[in-house]
Design a protein around this ligand. Structure first.
Ligand code: COA
Length: 257
């Protein structure tokens, strides 16, 4: 049987490809398990950045509707203890993450994309949150991430009033970083991943952690986080290397120390 999630390296970039094209990469428990295993793979741990993409004609059409029949409270809690915890694991990947989106990016697929740091959409991308229409809500961290990203008013609009929206609209909402021509989202995401790989990795990791923590903190706590982050990073060899390289008019070489 074909792997449900393929992993390969493109230079410093790990590319994870959802590989259930015949079901538009619907996120069954088995796909979630495969994605969790991919996140734990050697290719991901050795990479400088991570791209998540979909095979076939979609990024992902969301949670597997066939596995969504009314479930008991105990079964739902069990789900979040097991494969449903995946979306937070994606958000916690230490390297920068980029969702490369084409075609449908619906429901849980959209939640997966929201768990990434950046989203690149091609002109065919179709976003939507069908959950409310089927009597539930986005609950894999997506509702919370959407509110953090666009505020509660727009989040309610997208959940309740918009059946679908396209890449240009998503760009206007600040949900995607860039829109690219049809068929080039993955290539652009890999290019962006390679650009991110040029940066000093400790500063990238701390900037990502601090930005996520700042969004959930008081102003005072957030200021403290950024000052402590600076105090820690100012001690690194990479910071010293960057300042020396600047003075010596050469390109820096970073070692992640
Ligand atoms: N879960 C399980 N299977 C899904 C799926 C999902 N979320 N989305 C698509 N599929 C399957 C279809 O059942 C179909 O399988 P089949 O060929 O065995 O019948 C296959 O993927 C292709 O989908 P199809 O519906 O034929 O493609 P389409 O282009 O006509 O329609 C969608 C695409 C996305 C509009 C439609 O598939 C859809 O509405 N999917 C459900 C979206 C959804 O509600 N997602 C999450 C809710 S939280």
């Amino acid at each position: 049987m074909a792997e449900l999630v393929r992993v390969h390296l493109e230079g410093p970039v790990a590319v994870l490809t959802l590989n259930r094209p015949e079901k538009l990469n619907a996120l069954s428990g088995a796909v979630e398990e495969a994605l969790a295993a991919a996140i734990g793979s050697e290719d991901v741990s050795s990479s400088a950045s991570v791209v998540i993409a979909g095979s076939g004609r979609a990024f992902s059409a969301g949670a597997d509707v066939h596995e969504m029949r009314a479930q008991s409270v105990a079964a739902i809690l069990e789900y979040y203890r097991t494969t449903g915890g995946l979306y937070d694991r994606v958000a916690a990947i230490r390297q920068p993450t980029i969702a490369a989106i084409h075609g449908y990016c619906l429901g849980g697929g959209f939640e997966l994309a929201l768990a990434c740091d950046f989203r690149i959409a091609d002109a065919t991308a179709v976003f939507g949150l069908p959950e409310v229409a089927i009597g539930i809500v986005p609950s894999s961290g997506g509702l919370t991430r959407l509110v953090r990203a666009v505020g509660p008013v727009r989040a309610k609009e997208l959940m309740l009033l918009r059946d679908r929206f396209d890449a240009e609209e998503a760009l206007g909402f600040g949900l995607v970083t860039t829109v690219v021509p049809e068929g080039s989202a993955e290539a652009r995401a890999i290019e962006m991943g390679a650009e991110l790989a040029q940066l000093p990795p400790l500063a990238v990791e701390v900037a990502k952690l601090a930005a996520d923590a700042a969004a959930d903190s008081s102003r005072e706590a957030s200021l403290l986080i950024e000052r402590l982050a600076y105090a820690a990073l100012a001690q690194t060899e990479d910071h010293a290397e960057a300042t020396s390289a600047f003075e010596e008019k050469r390109d820096p070489t970073f070692g992640g120390r």
